[in-house]
Design a protein around this ligand. Sequence first.
Ligand code: PLP
Length: 326
Amino acid sequence: MSTHLTDDLPTYEDVVAASHRLAGHAHRTPVLSSRLVDEQLGARVVFKCENLQRAGAFKFRGAFHALSRFTPEQRRAGVVAFSSGNHAQAVSLAASLLGIPATIVMPYDAPAAKVAATKAYGGEVVGYDRYTEDRLAIGQELARSRGLTLLPPYDHPDIIAGQGTAAKELFEEVGTLDALFVPVGGAGLLSGSTLAARALSPGCRVHGVEPAAGDDVRRSLQEGRIVRIDTPETLADGAQTQFMGELPFRILAPEPPEILTATDAELVAEMRTFATYLKLVVEPTGCLGLAGVRGIADRLRGRRIGVIVSGGNIDLPRYADLLGQR
Ligand SMILES: *Cc1c(COP(=O)(O)O)cnc(C)c1O
């Protein structure tokens, strides 16, 4: 069942429009690099640091953009969203900035820091069991009973256009790239980034990177249909999706990007890379892009590579625990 409101696929023009609506509200996040990481990988790598975005992830871009397009009636009634965390925080913060009431459906086992932040930003949190309950059904029931507008995390044109603004900023800052590596859950970020790459750096190869525990996006693009899987068990809680979005699928399918995968151990190794060389706190899901680069580094020698560092929200005890493991 699709959750988007219109059949129109977003285009690069929508990404540009989103960037205007986000100006002065979303951070223009820094682009960092490390000479030592470049030496390790044998390539020139630039990191777009969305872990430093408001609410700690790129999801603020899509959420603020989509909410800023609500009608006055939608704004008054409020928004409902379902999320393992970062979309929840993003909707909660963006809604409160825009004066819109927000209800957030979150799994009981979502990281405590993400639940606490969602509440702190002003959203009302409703819990569910991610392994047995259907969050879409819960969200739709809340939408119906309370007259709220359901804002999905990736399968929505305004969300995709908003997410594409991070890659747009990256290309504007560093010029064209040989390849861009993007973490993938439902593929909102990947499809938005692809719109930006096709317009601003046509020769750039876009790579999606998803958790090895659930390579449904790779399979979907290979098989030409949206493949559904059980919720993958992975440290990458921002990419534990069971199936990619229909709009992202339709944007990507005509020229499918190469999809890579990364194991939990590879993600933890890259959390250490970010802490050690870039002094950045990056959550496991945010490490997917760099893990993807390292996985095919032999094919990237001497190239100019972009990596979207998608988020930095992680409980500190968990962060310390993972960094300390050997
Ligand atoms: C949501 C999220 C992703 C995946 O984004 P999709 O648009 O669902 O593919 C990647 N990284 C982080 C940190 C996220 O919060």
